[in-house]
Design a protein around this ligand. Structure first.
Ligand code: NDP
Ligand code: 2IT
Length: 446
């Protein structure tokens, strides 16, 4: 590691003890940014990197609620308001038992760069709770969401901070959260995105992250004269991002052969077609069951407690969670002929796995660029809310496509090496940084 990065990381680790995922995200970004900042002293003098790694505000709160048995439950709620230099705080809420301060700080940090890359005016934030929606009734989820919003509402607003979904937070949860906000504030506003289509949501927002990541893959592949047509694709996860990535990849001629959840993965060498995807959508979004049921229904193989990266593929799309591809798995993917890794999830590859991809010279699209279509379409939802005018499916999809093309161009602009190789990590980090850094310099010491 570069000595300057080492010194900076020692400071970050001392200030944020035990927050491993946050350290990882900051290290990856600072490896790109520190050399760039050396060449641009105005950022160095203003200590932009040091400031960008310190949240503007962190809110942590108690979330008490009554379960169906009448027992009291207590969870912890968080909102990390990381950076508002270029717009109101914006970013998702994650409900998962593993949620802690370090995980949400890494996500909020990534969000700052990602939101900047979209070209829309959105600052960066993330929030959530260690609440586990699995096995909870609709009534329990509603009770929890109402209690969570009873504290969160005083910290957010359509011009201040606009949350959305992430792991464990989909349309159902956004509905309950919105209902409680409206009741507490007596105001109907665009305070959340991912809303239902009848009450201020945007068409294509549910599809946007998976579609956007697929559009980004198309752009990457095109730089090598390739396309998705006929490609075998391994996808992890089976939630929002995985489902719509499967839909779009299939539509564009690719064959998705794996999907997973936290218990294991299914391998369907024939490919997951429309009918099979409908089964998964019902299984995951309505019945809230396990992916194993797919293997039972379609007679395919199920690999308990394993991840899909052992399966031979041309393209890998990690769409589940952070650190789901380690060094060995990255080596297996490369050895098996994988030419492109495109991240629908946030930081799914460890630092060592990223090194493997870059050293192998394959197309590697980091999450903050590749999965930015979700938050970009949240930005488009905010625009429609402000105008009080909804756009058609075609209009939103076309804007999403253009935004993903622009993000790709930004990555090329800042990440293309002299030998022609596009380092999308460097491109996304610097491309996301410049706008935020310039805004911070212009706004003085705040
Ligand atoms: P969902 O909750 O809809 O789905 C998450 C999927 O990932 C499920 O299949 C889940 O399995 C699996 N998963 C979650 N945690 C783990 C874990 N610790 N180990 C193994 N599998 C796990 O979430 P999304 O699809 O919305 O999010 C997926 C990823 O995409 C996340 O990294 C998120 O931050 C990122 N993302 C999401 C965006 C969005 O708009 N939704 C936008 C940009 C990025 P199980 O059901 O067993 O928990
Ligand atoms: O990680 C992400 O970009 C999201 N979960 C979406 C955030 C948003 O505000 O739409």
């Amino acid at each position: 590691m570069d000595a300057r990065v080492q010194q900076f990381m020692a400071m970050i680790k001392a200030k944020n003890p035990g927050e491993n995922e946050f350290h990882q995200a900051v290290q990856e970004v600072s490896e790109s940014l520190i050399p760039f900042i050396e060449e641009n002293p105005k950022y160095k003098h203003a200590k932009i990197l040091e400031r960008i790694a310190e949240p503007e505000r962190t809110v942590i709160f108690r979330v008490p609620w009554l379960d169906d048995k009448g027992d009291v439950q207590i969870n912890r709620g968080f909102r990390i308001e990381m950076n508002s230099a270029i717009g109101p705080y914006k970013g998702g809420l994650r409900f998962h038992p593993t949620v802690n301060l370090g995980i949400l700080k890494f996500l909020a940090f990534e969000q700052v760069f990602k939101n900047s890359l979209t070209t829309l005016p959105m600052g960066g934030a993330k929030g959530g709770s260690d609440f586990d929606p699995k096995g909870k009734s609709d009534n329990e989820v509603m009770k929890f969401c109402q209690s969570f919003m009873t504290e969160l509402f005083r910290h957010i607003g359509p011009e201040t901070d606009v949350p959305a979904g992430d792991i464990g937070v989909g349309g159902r949860e956004i509905g309950y959260l919105f209902g409680q906000y409206k009741r507490l504030k007596n105001e109907f506003s665009g305070v959340l995105t991912g809303k239902g289509i009848e009450w201020g949501g945007s068409l294509i927002r549910p599809e946007a992250t998976g579609y956007g990541a697929t559009y980004f893959a198309q752009e990457m592949l095109a730089t090598r004269g390739e396309s998705l047509e006929g490609k075998t694709v391994c996808i992890s996860g089976s939630g929002n991002v995985a489902q719509y990535a499967t839909e779009k990849v299939t539509e564009l001629g690719g064959k998705v052969v794996t999907l997973s959840d936290s218990n294991g993965f299914i391998w369907d060498p024939k490919g997951i077609d429309r009918e099979k995807l409908n089964f998964i959508m019902d299984l995951k979004n309505i019945r809230r069951g396990r992916i194993k049921e797919y293997a039972v229904k379609y007679g395919t193989e199920y690999f308990a407690d394993q991840r899909p990266w052992i399966i031979k593929c041309d393209i890998a799309m990690p769409n589940a969670t952070q650190n789901e591809i380690n060094r060995e798995e990255a080596e297996t993917l490369v050895r098996n002929g994988c030419i492109c890794v495109v991240e629908g999830a946030n930081m799914p590859s460890t630092i060592e796995a990223v090194e493997v991809f870059l050293n192998a010279g394959i197309l590697y699209g980091p999450g903050k660029a590749a999965n930015a279509g979700g938050v970009a379409t949240s930005g488009l939802e905010m625009t429609q809310n402000s105008m009080r005018l909804p756009w058609s499916r075609e209009e939103v999809d076309e804007r999403l496509r253009i935004i993903m093309q622009n993000i790709h161009s930004t990555c090329v602009r800042y990440g293309k090496q002299d030998d022609g190789f596009i380092n999308y990590v460097k491109g996304a980090n610097i491309g996301g940084f410049v706008k935020v850094a310039n805004a911070m310099v212009a706004q003085g010491l705040v």
